[in-house]
Write a protein that binds this ligand. Structure first.
Ligand code: ZN
Ligand code: CU
Length: 479
């Protein structure tokens, strides 16, 4: 007796293979059969005729560390997109291990000011277990978090002793089940770190099969040097290196994705490298006065100095006050922003590259977040697959499922086949679309009908049905 049969849909299995008409049988959180289940005994049957049935989407680049601890909302930013698994702790920023009171230095505060209460990574994973998150979680430990914890002076590289202390925490995190380490050498708490420091701190990664995700030191004029540094770190550790949210910032660099993608391909001939991106030509992070000059437009996502500025243009505010944009950005601190500084041509070229996975980089605690938080996955399927024909549907799904699971070492996820976890999304390829815009950033997606997490119906027509169907995933130790 099956728990569920999803009948008559077009199965897109996550491998990139062409869709095929098949029923999907689920029991106890697993996919039992894919084929003809006409007449099979099942507690529940779902008619999926005219719909796609795919593995639940994997959001490989998130900052959901804290979001996962909170009971899921009725309308959830990830479930409404068909996302069933998130990778947390990216860009060097993880919620654990770090214990402190008061706001941490930016950009750690993108995870919120409070709840910095986990002394060990294991304690965080245990709290996640207790919270029973809405989606599955694969967690990374952040190098910047470790720097804030161990490095006495963040304006210099770590001493050998400090690097050793970070390495102990990395080992603890990996033992607890972390999937790897993330770095954010671009950001102030880590910009003084050398490649040698990162290699020393992340040394326990060696031989574990864990990954290292990297927010590069530079995504503008110096991107080739930053890429070379990332490859060097990855090669020294012998790990899968994930170039996070690959992009080219600043008009002078537009079009250079042809060059950077060629560099990544070349590196991949000698080591394990891949990349992720989100389908927008605007980025979002802390508000940095130095970035006003390279952006067409800058919008405030939150500001502690002027909460009412959220959603407004920094340039417009500067004109109203008769100050420079840089000065305006300083007055809003601490704050976050959206930068319009990429070219659409690069975005599409990067998304189309066979090594590229999809990751939202959504910032769940922003007052007026970048729409990628709510729209990334449906936007790829609506805008890039259906409207532009830039990707085949099967290829797009692969970039959101099978490719991601294999690169991050997520066992039995990312594929719709017998024996695999029953993370499933049923969607309408004809209508799936992002609802979130820069003006209405929290509007949910449309066309995502049913989302199953570990075999349980978690979201139906955009409403959360089961807010605790997720599991904390733990990386299997390679013996
Ligand atoms: Zn980043
Ligand atoms: Cu990020």
């Amino acid at each position: 007796m099956l728990d569920l049969v999803i009948e008559g849909g077009e199965v897109v299995d996550g491998t990139g293979a062409p869709r095929r008409r098949a029923d999907v049988g689920v029991r106890q959180g697993r996919i039992m059969h894919v084929g003809d289940l006409h007449g099979a005994d099942a507690i529940e049957r779902l008619d999926a005729r005219g719909r796609m049935v795919a593995p639940g989407f994997i959001d490989v680049h998130t900052h959901d560390d804290r979001l996962l601890l909170d009971p899921a909302a009725d309308v959830h930013p990830k479930l409404t997109q068909g996302v069933t698994t998130v990778v947390t702790g990216n860009c060097g920023v993880s919620l654990a291990p770090l214990r402190r009171s008061g706001a941490p230095p930016a950009p750690l505060d993108l995870l919120g000011e409070d709840r910095w209460t986990f002394d060990r990574f294991e304690d965080y994973l245990a709290a996640l277990d207790d919270a029973r998150p809405a989606v599955n979680a694969a967690c990374l430990v952040g190098h910047s978090t470790l720097r804030v914890r161990h490095v006495a002076d963040l304006t210099r590289a770590a001493t050998a002793q400090e690097a050793a202390a970070m390495a102990l925490d990395v080992a603890e995190a990996l033992d607890a089940g972390a999937f790897g380490v993330s770095t954010g050498l671009y950001y102030p708490p880590a910009s003084a770190a050398t490649a040698e420091e990162v290699i020393a701190a992340a040394a326990p990664l060696r031989g574990t099969g864990g990954v290292m995700t990297m927010h590069l030191r530079d995504e503008g004029d110096h991107i080739t040097a930053a890429l070379r540094e990332a490859f060097r770190i990855g090669a020294a550790l012998g790990v899968e290196t994930v170039i996070s949210h690959h992009k080219l910032v600043g008009t002078a660099n537009h079009g250079r994705s042809a060059q950077t993608l060629a560099m990544i391909e070349q590196a991949a001939a000698g080591q394990r490298v891949c990349l992720d991106c989100y389908p927008y030509d605007a980025s979002s992070t802390m508000l940095l006065p130095g970035r006003m000059g390279q952006s067409r437009e800058v919008r405030v996502t939150w500001s502690q100095a002027e909460p009412a500025a959220a959603g407004r243009s920094v340039f417009e505010l500067a004109r109203e006050r008769g100050v420079s944009a840089e000065e305006m950005a300083r007055r809003l601190q601490p704050a976050g922003a959206i930068y319009f500084a990429m070219s659409e041509e690069d975005v599409q070229r990067i998304l189309q590259h066979p090594m590229t996975m999809v990751g939202s980089d959504g910032l769940a605690h922003d007052v007026r977040p970048h729409p990628r938080l709510w729209g990334t996955f449906p936007r790829v399927l609506g805008r890039y697959v259906r409207e532009r024909g830039a990707l085949a549907l099967e290829t797009a799904v692969h970039k959101m499922t099978g490719l991601s699971a294999s690169r991050f070492g997520l066992k039995d996820r990312g594929r719709l086949a017998a024996g695999w976890a029953a993370d499933l999304v049923v969607f309408d390829a004809g209508t799936v679309a992002d609802g979130a815009t820069f003006d209405e950033p929290q509007r949910p997606a449309t066309g995502i009908d049913h989302v199953f997490v570990n075999g349980r119906l978690a979201c139906r027509a955009g409403r959360t049905v089961d807010r605790h169907a997720g599991q904390v995933l733990r990386r299997e130790r390679r013996s």
